[in-house]
Every structure is written in C-alpha cells, then in structure tokens.
Ligand binder design. Structure first.
Ligand code: ATP
Length: 270
C-alpha cells in the first residue's frame, strides 16, 4: 500500500472492521500464522477471515493442523509468527481466560467436561468468565430440553452425544462472539451429530459466529458458508462450498496434483 494524503474518508471509522486481505467485513482474522510444536511446524503461513454470523469450516486430514489453529486462536498455543485479531484488535497479549471474556470460546475436541461435577455445575463453570449476553443456563435447557431433567446427573455418566451437548452449553453460557467447535463429530453416531448440528441455526440467530473443525467433508459442506482446507499445516483451498468442486476439494484434502489453490499443486504420491 502506498502512503497517500489522509483524506476525510480515510479517517472515518467503519462500524465493522474490514479484512486487510479481502476488504470485506470480518469479525475474526488470522494473518500469516505459523505455529510450532517443538521442532515440528504444525501451521505455516495460514490466513483466514471469518465474517460476522457465518459458519466457517476447517477441513483436512489427521495432523493437518486444524486443532492447532483453533487452540492458537483460543490462546492455548503461542504462535511463532503471525497475528490473530478479533474485531481488529490483536489478541497476542490476551491469556486464554481473557480471550473468553473477549468473546472467543472453544468447545475442545473430546469435550473435556468435569466428570465428577453435575451437568448444571459444568454449565456454571462455563459462566465463570462470561460476557454479558443472551445465553443463560435456562436457555441451554431450552435448546437441549433433556438436560433440564438431568441437571443433577454427573457429567461422567452421560453418553458421548449428551456430553458433547453439555460442552456446547458450557461454551454458550460464556456468551461467545465466536464459538470454536473442534471435531464435534468425533466418536459420535451420525444421527447424534446431525441432531447437534440442527441447533446451529438457533445459535446463529442469537448472534453467534462459528469457526469449526470437521473431518467429515460432506457434513462440513452441508453446514458451512465457507470451507478452508489445510494440508500439512498449509492452506490448499478455500471458498464458499458452492464455488468448489468435489474434485478440487478431494485434491486439496489429499494433496493431489492439479490443485491450484495456495499451497496446492503438489505432486501425487507415486
Ligand atoms: P487431528 O484431526 O488428528 O486432530 P489436526 O488437523 O487437528 O489433526 P493437529 O492436532 O493440529 O492436527 O496436529 C498438527 C500436527 O502437530 C500433527 O503432526 C500433530 O502430531 C502435531 N501436534 C499437535 N499437538 C501437539 C503437541 N501438543 N505436541 C507436539 N506435537 C503436536
């Protein structure tokens, strides 16, 4: 960008920050993010822009770096370089609990509930760093009505799908602006996953934005407004599902030749 004269329009504040990359409204932005685990480079120069109110899905094979990305956004891994911005504010200095208070809340892979606490006590933990907002424990019970009757049951006694729902409820009562969902489907029956994803429209209607990791590509294509594929820590393809062909997605996912997205175009294995 060249330095020009500062005109009136240049200093007028925009109500919604815009991506420096795309120029469109953006709530959460990741710029050129590189993250290492020891010697291993898990993410390399990943950039993305999540618009307010969208469902943005990260896809990619095992070890592609999807969880590392979400955990870095939540403040659980320190990036080697690059930046993460919420509403245009750099989050680098914010510890994980401060990021929750700022509106970034993660439902981690594997649920991570407190098994010896009740359903309701787990939900109360989620409210500890809550922002003001529409979600209360009662609202979670309205979303998942079975939970109201079983509020006194120990979380460790619930089925996998029930635990996943409590984990989502625990995140919701923190009143996130951006909800990070890491592999919701893991270990759950497809019907249970479908039921949980059926709650997405209600979450979006409450003003939420969702960034999720999903290994099941057809599931991701059904629910997301934007797909972003990682392969070995790098972006191989991204765009709205309607703009991407099955062939492009398959190529980007497995790293086959003929993919022309950023980081794509790799040789097919012999
Ligand atoms: P999966 O679907 O298997 O969870 P993923 O796309 O989420 O895969 P990550 O879990 O982010 O991938 O892992 C990216 C790479 O970083 C992998 O090679 C993984 O082994 C490695 N890795 C992840 N977490 C750690 C850690 N805490 N310490 C060392 N290496 C790690």
């Amino acid at each position: 960008m060249t330095d020009g004269p500062v005109t009136e329009s240049a200093v007028t504040e925009s109500p919604v920050p815009e991506s420096a990359v795309s120029g469109e409204a953006v709530l959460l932005e990741v710029r050129d993010l590189t993250v290492h685990h020891g010697q291993l480079r898990a993410l390399h120069g990943v950039s993305l822009a999540v618009a307010p109110g969208e469902v943005y899905a990260m896809i990619g094979a095992n070890g592609a770096g999807k969880s590392t990305l979400l955990r870095s956004i939540a403040g659980l891994h320190k990036p080697t370089s690059g930046s993460i911005l919420l509403d245009g504010q750099d989050l680098a200095r914010l510890r994980p609990e401060k990021r929750v208070a700022a509106g970034i809340v993660m439902v981690p892979e594997g649920r991570r509930l407190f098994p010896s606490l009740t359903v309701e006590e787990n939900l109360q933990v989620g409210a500890s760093y809550a922002r003001p907002g529409p979600w209360r424990i009662e609202g979670v019970y309205d979303l998942f009505p079975w939970m109201r009757d079983r509020r006194g049951q120990l979380a460790g006694q619930l089925s996998g799908g029930e635990q996943q729902s409590v984990a989502i409820g625990r995140a919701l009562v923190a009143n996130p602006r951006v909800l990070l969902l890491d592999e919701l489907s893991l270990g759950l029956a497809p019907a249970v996953v479908r039921r949980i994803y059926q709650t997405l429209p209600e979450l979006l209607a409450s003003g939420l934005t969702v960034l999720l990791v999903e290994q099941d590509v057809s599931q991701a294509l059904r629910i997301a407004s934007h797909i972003h594929c990682l392969l070995e820590g790098q972006t191989t393809l991204q765009g709205p599902p309607g703009d991407l062909t099955a062939e492009e997605i398959e190529g980007a996912y497995f790293g086959l030749a003929g993919v022309n997205g950023p980081g794509g175009g790799r040789e097919a294995p012999a």
